[in-house]
Design a protein around this ligand. Structure first.
Ligand SMILES: [Zn+2]
Ligand SMILES: [Zn+2]
Length: 145
């Protein structure tokens, strides 16, 4: 399993791969040591149950969709549609749809947005829930206040 997360100090992206020693993880950008709590379930069974960075247990799953790529395809289709009388727009939408359904899913932490890839799915995790998302956001706001 791979976890992409932002360094709590410099907010830049780091990758933790299970099997590596989480004890002495250092940020690859600012070299500060980052405290990772890797649960047994994550380490042994590749099932995400607790966030390695913030230790919370609220996650949602979504397609590993590259938004930039998706937008580029649609944009290309839109530009070309002037010459193809709209046909390319339909084609772009079809390509987008095809890509979307073939994509693997990623698991994301509601609290710190760490992204987990290459795991065994946890049946408890569902798609993004707006209610949970709002609760989490207000919890984070309260923390900062
Ligand atoms: Zn850092
Ligand atoms: Zn987290």
């Amino acid at each position: 399993m791979r976890v992409n997360f932002l360094c709590p100090l410099c907010s830049r992206e780091n990758v933790y791969v299970t099997g590596e020693d989480p004890q002495d993880f250092t940020c690859e950008h600012c070299q500060s040591s980052v405290r990772l709590e890797v649960s047994e379930s994550v380490q042994q069974r590749s099932v995400v149950d607790r966030c390695v960075l913030c230790c919370k247990d609220l996650f949602f799953v979504q397609k590993d969709f590259n938004r930039k790529l998706g937008c580029a395809i649609v944009l290309l289709g839109a530009v070309a549609s002037v010459y193809t009388y709209g046909a390319s727009l339909l084609l772009a939408a079809a390509v987008d749809w095809f890509l979307y359904y073939r994509l693997p899913e990623v698991t994301i932490c509601y609290f710190c947005n760490s992204v987990y890839r290459g795991y065994t799915p946890n049946p408890k995790h569902k798609g993004y829930d707006l209610n949970i998302g709002e609760l989490v956001e207000s919890a984070i706001r309260d923390q900062k206040a």
